[in-house]
Design a binder for this molecule. Sequence first.
Ligand code: GYE
Length: 328
Amino acid sequence: MKVSKNVWLLVFLVAAALALAGCGGGSKDCSPNCTYKDMVVGFLQTGSEGGWRAANTASFKETATQLGINLKFYDSQNDLAKQVAGFRQFIQDKEVNVIVLAALETTGWDDVLKEAQAAGKTVVLEDRRIDAPDNLYATYIGSDFAEEGRKSADEICKLLEGSASKNVWMLIGNVGSSAAKDRGQGFKEKMGACGITITKEQTANWSITEGKQVTEAWLKETKDVQAIFAQNDEMGLGAIEALKEAGLKPGVDVFVLSVDATAGAFKAMLAGELNVTVECNPLLAPQVYEAALKALNGESLPKWVPSQEGVFRSTDPNLQEITDSRKY
Ligand code: GYE
């Protein structure tokens, strides 16, 4: 049967209109009955700076496979400009209907969020909060970093009970990130309770190598330090190496506390070289995808869903058992 040119033209125009309207992937045309299989997620990860980040990335990739979500993973290589460029890439990508952001820094997102909103993209923040009006994103799923800082101060106060001087050195994460800002602010809120003084503080960019280098430099200047507060496990493990090379016993001569509770921290606690690790949960993907699906289907969400987290100490009687049960 010969199909006239006009009919083909009509078919082409309808298909184009549908594509433009977003049917068949990309926008929210499945709403309010979207399923995980309708989700095409553009995920802007910070980079690959350590154990916590590796567990966070794995959580997103594995959960996407389990749920049948089409995940487009973008590694920002810890470069803010690259992360913003990647964000715009996902806005342009007609297939993508959800953008998930682990923001490297808290500022600089208003414009790109407005562009995403205009393009009908659902935006969910994971891990790190940002300083932008919360009507520009569906929700934020991540830890209370300030509370982690407060817990860290409480724990170091306990470790330094009875100590004549309480000089503490703070190893800071990447400058500008909410995790670094809030953990530092939370610690400083509580440190006065037991007379802690921060005598040195500097960024070591979440890295074990820089954690070691910064601590080495400080030890060349003075050994008058009673405890080190490392804003993540990797920087704490670096400080431990530097203390040992300076002839000091980490966990004994100088107490060490870090944040994340990754496998490396448990190993150091079992060796008696790390005293405390404050947990920060990286396995956020199931909550993030669930929230994104609800947002796609037009459900309203709380603007922040804080993670539930604990504190682990080298003195915990069942430390080996806990270590064996950890997922990351
Ligand atoms: O503490 C650190 C990672 O944003 C909570 O980033 C995360 C932090 C985590 O590099 O290890």
